[in-house]
Design a binder for this molecule. Structure first.
Ligand code: PLP
Length: 482
């Protein structure tokens, strides 16, 4: 980046304007040419630090030099998640529209912990999350006009943790908040599938449940939780005198996109008075399309439901939506009101103070980027994206089905295609290595029912049919050689 005209020292508004334009140009150039880069080329460990001075500068440096180091230093260690050949892990779409919303949020620099510390920060969020209830066909109980409502969390991990804390408090009649778990006579137990994301285990550990009391329920051949085994496990725990408190169902497991039977799980939760949380991190976005509403089945029975616009919906990280059916339980579990936060708006009971819906006190105007994306893409534009990604994934699956040396490990319900080589794990590993060595694509792996799996997650904004076709040709050719 050449920006010699940029000022040295703390920027004034004009300096910021010039530096900002230069940075926006740099981002636009990066995105325009990203397809020419190798998706993931890792430098040796420590190589990036070796490019940095040992100490922070004593005197301020020109902003132009800092911007130039984005190329000289930072770009030497970047994995290109926005690349059209990004098929690893999950999409982490950072659209230009969401970047603008993020920039507006940083520019305003407000803290929205209370309604009164920036009313727009709270009200835009509440309103946009109500829009999303309708857009995803979720139940009215998640609307802010009733007992429930939505809140933005940083991640699905935080959403699971706050839901679990509310569930714990409900199960103990708020005694664990007051006296700690040491005074709880019965052990609290939680349940999720053995394919659930690791964040559920982390939440159970952080909430004081303990890994020992998190039951990992086996899944069926498609990666969906076995509801019959869940029921047995809850009954066994009750017989042992434990206190079943929380089930986390997954819509779209990280490994193979398994879809838990939320309706059946909800029936069991209701029978046992257990909180039902749904983690629809990536796949929740598919509910934008009527034909994929199997991802929101059973939501009307859930106590909490979350998904990550920062994955498949093109909102840049971090942005998780958590809806809660009864906000009073969550607020009671998390609210602490020191004198300095008291204010008449809170006391009027007419406003939402989102600090009571999350772990930190402070919160930024995260809703702006969601608002920018929903308005600029429109629901129609977002649906078209989802449909295109699913179609591309289904086309890939069809070609894999027709290949003599490859297996589809599960029928892909949406945009994630899971493949194994018929000759076994070594051949699958060789296939993963060959595809990733190509440089135009990047895939990741998982293990499912003991078998090594090559995962192809299709959902990057830049990915087109041509990219998927080139990938498929390479994959099938390498499979014949592996
Ligand atoms: N849940 C599922 C099913 C996931 O696949 C992931 C993947 O990252 C997560 C949760 C974690 O999301 P976050 O990074 O928002 O905590």
């Amino acid at each position: 980046m050449t920006a010699q005209h940029l000022q040295h020292g703390p920027l004034d508004a004009d300096g910021f304007r010039r530096a900002g334009h230069a940075l926006i140009d740099w981002i636009a150039d990066y995105r325009e040419t990203i397809a020419r880069r190798e998706v993931a080329h890792l430098p040796p460990p420590g190589a990036i630090r070796a490019l940095l001075p040992a100490h922070a500068p004593e005197r301020g440096e020109p902003i132009a030099e800092i911007l130039a180091d984005l190329d000289k230093v930072v770009m030497q260690g970047i994995v290109h998640w926005q690349h059209p050949g990004w098929f690893a892990y999950f999409p982490a779409n950072s659209s230009f529209e969401s970047i603008l919303g993020e920039l507006a949020s940083a520019g305003l620099g407000v803290q929205g912990m209370l309604w009164s510390t920036s009313p727009a920060c709270t009200e835009v969020e509440t309103h946009v999350l109500d829009w999303l209830v309708h857009a995803l066909g979720l139940p009215d109980r998640f609307l802010s006009s009733g007992a429930g409502g939505g809140v933005l969390q940083d991640t699905a991990s935080s959403a699971a943790l706050v839901a679990l804390v509310a569930a714990r408090e409900r199960a103990t009649g708020f005694a664990s908040d007051a006296h700690g778990l040491a005074k709880t006579a019965r052990a609290i137990t939680c349940y999720t599938s053995d394919q659930a994301h690791s964040s559920i285990e982390k939440a159970a550990r952080l909430a004081g449940i303990g890994k020992e009391f998190l039951r990992l329920i086996p899944v069926d051949a498609k990666g969906a939780m076995r509801a019959d085994l869940l029921e047995q496990e809850i009954a066994r725990d009750r017989a042992l005198g434990h206190l079943p408190a929380f089930v986390s169902a997954t819509i779209g497991t990280t490994g193979v996109n398994g879809i838990d039977p939320v309706d059946d799980i909800a029936r069991i939760c209701r029978a046992h008075g257990v909180w039902l949380h749904v983690d629809a991190a990536m796949s929740g976005t598919a509910a934008l399309c009527e034909e994929f509403r199997f991802v929101s089945a059973g939501a009307a029975q859930a106590d909490s439901w979350c998904f990550n616009p920062h994955k498949w919906m093109p909102v840049n990280f971090d942005c998780d939506v958590l809806w809660i059916a009864d906000r009073a339980e969550l607020v009671r579990a998390l609210s602490v009101l020191p004198e300095y936060l008291r204010n008449s708006a809170t006391e009027s009971g007419k406003v939402i103070d989102y600090r009571d819906w999350q772990i930190p006190l402070g919160r930024r105007f995260r809703a702006l980027k969601l608002w920018f994306v929903l308005r600029s893409f429109g629901l129609g534009g977002l649906r078209a994206l989802v449909r295109e990604h699913v179609e591309m994934a289904q086309d890939l699956a069809e070609r894999v089905r027709g290949h003599a040396r490859l297996d589809l490990v599960v029928e892909p319900p949406l945009n994630l295609v899971c493949i194994a080589h018929k000759d076994g794990d070594d051949a699958t590993q060789r296939l993963i290595d060959a595809v990733n060595r190509d440089g135009r694509f990047f895939v990741s792996h998982c293990r499912f029912h003991g078998r090594l799996v090559l995962r192809v997650s299709i959902g990057a904004l830049a990915t087109t049919r041509e990219h998927v076709a080139a990938f498929t040709d390479t994959l099938l050719l390498e499979a014949s050689r592996a």
